[in-house]
Design a protein around this ligand. Structure first.
Ligand SMILES: Nc1nc2c(c(=O)[nH]1)N[C@H]1C(S)=C(S)[C@@H](COP(=O)(O)OP(=O)(O)OC[C@H]3O[C@@H](n4cnc5c(=O)[nH]c(N)nc54)[C@H](O)[C@@H]3O)O[C@H]1N2
Ligand SMILES: Nc1nc2c(c(=O)[nH]1)N[C@H]1C(S)=C(S)[C@@H](COP(=O)(O)OP(=O)(O)OC[C@H]3O[C@@H](n4cnc5c(=O)[nH]c(N)nc54)[C@H](O)[C@@H]3O)O[C@H]1N2
Ligand code: SF4
Ligand SMILES: [Mo]
Length: 709
């Protein structure tokens, strides 16, 4: 085509920040490829990048606000929608108080520059404490550990995968997820590189995942028993004399001497039976980890979102410290992004307030998602009666989704800021839809903070939005303006400047305050592929945010949780079948199933189980199985595979598009079932309030009728 042009940008779908090269003509996308000149991703993309085109073109995507009426959804104008939303919220808050309006912020908020820079305005104008987010079914333990130890919830170290000689991955599957709290495009190559330089990658996972398959070694572990393995490993580090307490990080931690006693009694022999990993193997894992020239221990969803999520992440951090792996090349290192959120935001806090019904602690002003449905359903002073849901789909993404589904249906007023009519937004009275990713400017404010190599890249929107469309940040600012007319003058000026100049104005300010004088909006615009800022550098002690410049191990707080561990050990029932989650590279949480090119082929929403487990239950491959937990039941096709540990079953999350009222044709045709109709909102990590979706006890039975797959 004569007027073909190239645009360089960044894929915002997952955490990997891959550079993309989009060939386009007019308003049409012709192709999406990896940008070979991106200094960070070097041409790598996964199959989801091309679906950015599908999001842009999706005929089911809303372009204008809609209102739910007796005659179905009706398009309304933006001014009318804003009027109705502001009025609905004000009426509700006047009647029941500010906290009667619940707010949920979903995952795509952190992938969206405009939202990242303006959501604070919405939150302050809503003045509600009933705030929830996807954090409490995700990385909450990381925030708490880093807040305690390093003095800021975002001072989070990541594996220096490009230089390590030994990587221990516990409960992460970066080959499917493309990495998490470890922004690292092309982990396939990175793992191959570690092996090629005679290093080792060890995976601990109840499933022999794609990552495990490629790695040097894999061990099955019984779900949610990692805390025992980790305690035994810590114990072994001392038993084998591998503690290096004169290392730089350890000498910054006044409580370090107390760690030797922390895991006393948790011998490798005492945990082998429950975890399923033999004492000999545990001892060898420790020895090899400690003897490697460089090494890093890394744990993700599998260990974060289970009953001992916080203690697991603490133990992983502590082991990196006592073995001298923190802040060292090839170990766990702190990124240094060009926009420094750590020095421009509060450090975070835990347990200032507790939820009304379940009495669960807040973190940094957010209550745990597992508390959300009860706050709506249980009557009494402070009950949540209205809801604003921004870029989230908690009906599919939070435990006991069916209960939340019912809770949302009985609310007096609900708003969704979402481009789609899905399982959650279908309950809204009004939906305010933002533009798709190709229509907005991007600089990654979040994931540069977790990147395994420092770079900076800004991309203007590829396509201008249409006259009747709005950005998330425009929606947010307009609502803030209407809901809080008495904001301080400085806030009003910031809102006004952002509205006129766009959020890139705030980005520019952030870059100016950042650590790299050479990086500003002008230099970023001149370098459309991004700027290389070099490998991770040691940052201690100056990176610490505690006033005394020390690492605070907060031993007493974590040690107290050992009572719960001992209780678990005492009561352990190894005959239970345990459910875990699963991700696939062609799926993304609950919202990428309306792309035909991603969902095509065999259904991915299956119940994986080991042949032995299947045999015990009399289940055959492809058969429909009823899976029942304490809270619910689903019927799903069995996929028998020895990838799973015996006694463990796996269902991916984000499916279940068969509910009534959803308007996404492709997703509906590939509906699947929601694993979160089985996960239990009372199964939690009580220390953090984080959800526990891995290790859920379930029963299996052959279904009488074959499920459509
Ligand atoms: N059982 C189980 N449950 C899980 C998990 C698991 O592993 N197992 N994983 C958990 C994790 S890690 C996460 S992060 C959560 C995710 O859970 P959520 O954040 O609740 O849900 P998503 O599936 O990410 O849904 C995102 C919604 O945002 C909309 N959206 C997409 N982009 C934008 C945008 O730019 N602006 C706006 N306004 N809307 C947008 C989509 O249409 C969709 O409705 O799920 C969690 N739930
Ligand atoms: N393709 C794709 N990419 C994604 C997403 C997606 O939905 N699809 N979601 C994005 C989001 S929001 C996030 S947070 C990240 C998550 O990124 P990851 O954490 O890397 O992703 P998961 O695939 O959930 O990996 C969790 C692993 O833990 C294992 N596991 C389950 N239970 C246990 C247990 O008790 N112990 C141990 N040791 N392991 C266990 C599972 O088998 C699985 O292999 O991925 C991001 N990237
Ligand atoms: S790994 Fe895939 S989804 Fe994630 S940023 Fe890269 S291209 Fe996008
Ligand atoms: Mo996540």
């Amino acid at each position: 085509m004569a007027d073909e042009k190239l645009h360089f940008g960044t894929c915002t779908l997952c955490e990997a920040m891959c550079g993309i090269e989009v060939k386009y003509s007019g308003e049409k996308v012709l192709s999406i490829k990896g940008d070979k000149n991106d200094p960070f991703s070097k041409g790598y993309i996964c199959p989801k990048a091309t679906a950015l085109q599908d999001l842009y073109e999706d005929p089911d995507r809303l372009r204008q606000p809609v209102e739910r009426t007796a005659n179905g959804w009706q398009e309304i104008s933006w001014p009318e929608a804003f009027d109705k939303v502001a009025e609905g919220i004000q009426k509700l808050q006047k009647k029941y108080g500010a906290n009667a309006l619940g707010i949920y912020l979903g995952n795509p908020n952190v992938h969206n520059m405009g939202s990242m820079l303006t959501t604070k305005h919405l939150l302050t104008s809503l003045k509600s404490r009933s705030r929830f987010s996807a954090t409490s079914i995700d990385q909450l333990p990381h925030h708490i550990v880093c807040m305690h130890l390093f003095g800021h919830m975002l001072r989070i170290p990541v594996p220096d995968v490009n230089r390590t000689q030994h990587m221990l991955i516990i409960g992460g599957n970066p080959l499917a997820s493309n990495g998490s709290i470890m922004t690292a495009p092309n982990m396939r190559q990175k793992i191959k590189d570690i092996k090629a330089r005679n290093g080792k990658v060890v995976v601990i996972d109840p499933r022999r995942t794609e990552t495990a398959e490629l790695s040097s070694e894999h061990h099955f572990i019984r779900p949610a028993t990692d805390v025992l393995l980790l305690l035994a490993m810590l114990n072994e580090i001392y038993a084998q004399g591998f503690d290096k307490l004169n290392n730089r990080a350890a000498t910054l931690a006044p409580e370090i001497a107390q760690i030797e006693r922390f895991a006393k009694g948790f011998t490798a022999e005492s945990v082998a039976g429950i975890t399923g990993i033999s004492a000999t193997e545990i001892k060898r894992l420790v020895k090899e980890y400690c003897e490697a020239d460089s090494a890093v221990m890394y744990g993700r969803m599998g260990v974060s979102v289970q009953e001992f999520g916080l203690l697991c992440q603490y133990l992983i951090m502590v082991m990196n410290i006592v073995t001298g792996r923190l802040d060292e090349v090839g170990g766990l290192m702190f990124p240094n992004p060009a926009v420094d959120l750590v020095n421009n935001t509060g450090p975070g806090y835990l347990a200032k307030r507790f939820t009304r019904v379940k009495k669960l602690p807040d973190f940094n002003g957010d209550y745990p998602v597992v508390a959300m449905a009860d706050e709506m359903l249980v009557e009494g002073e402070g009950q949540v009666k209205g809801f604003i849901n921004v870029a989230g789909n908690p009906v599919l993404s939070t435990p006991n989704g069916d209960k939340l589904d019912k809770a949302l249906a009985q609310l007096e007023f609900m708003v969704s800021v979402d481009p789609m009519i899905n399982e959650t937004s279908r309950h809204a009275h009004i939906i305010l839809p933002p533009v798709s990713p190709l229509e907005r400017d991007h600089y990654d404010l979040t994931f540069n903070g977790f990147a395994v190599h420092n770079t900076a890249k800004y991309a203007p929107a590829l396509f201008a939005k249409k006259a009747n469309e709005k950005h998330d940040w425009e929606i947010t600012l307009e609502l803030a303006k209407r809901l809080n007319k008495n904001a301080p003058m400085a806030t009003k000026i910031e809102r006004w400047l952002t509205k006129v100049l766009g959020p890139k104005f705030l980005l520019g300010q952030g870059l100016k305050r950042g650590p790299y004088p050479q990086v500003n909006l002008k230099t970023l615009k001149k370098n459309p592929h991004g700027i290389d800022l070099g490998p991770l550098q040691s940052m201690l002690p100056q990176g610490l945010k505690h006033k005394d410049n020390k690492i605070h191990l907060n031993v007493d707080f974590y040690q107290a949780d050992l009572e719960r561990v001992k209780e678990m050990m005492k009561q352990y029932n190894d005959s239970q079948i345990l459910l875990i989650g699963r991700r696939h590279v062609r799926s993304n949480n609950s919202w990428m199933h309306n792309s035909q090119r991603l969902v095509k082929g065999k259904s991915r929403c299956t119940l994986m189980l080991h042949p032995e487990t299947a045999k015990q239950q009399g289940i055959e491959n492809g058969q429909s199985v009823n899976v029942t937990s304490k809270v619910g039941s689903v019927t799903i096709e069995a996929e028998i595979t020895d990838e799973l540990m015996p006694g463990v079953v796996s269902i991916p999350h984000g499916f279940g598009h068969g509910r009534k009222g959803i308007k996404q044709k492709v997703a509906q045709a590939n509906a699947g079932v929601s694993v979160n109709d089985l996960t239990d909102d009372s199964l939690i990590d009580s220390l953090s309030g984080n959800a526990a979706v891995n290790g859920v006890p379930v029963r299996l039975a052959i279904a009488s009728v074959q499920a459509a797959s």
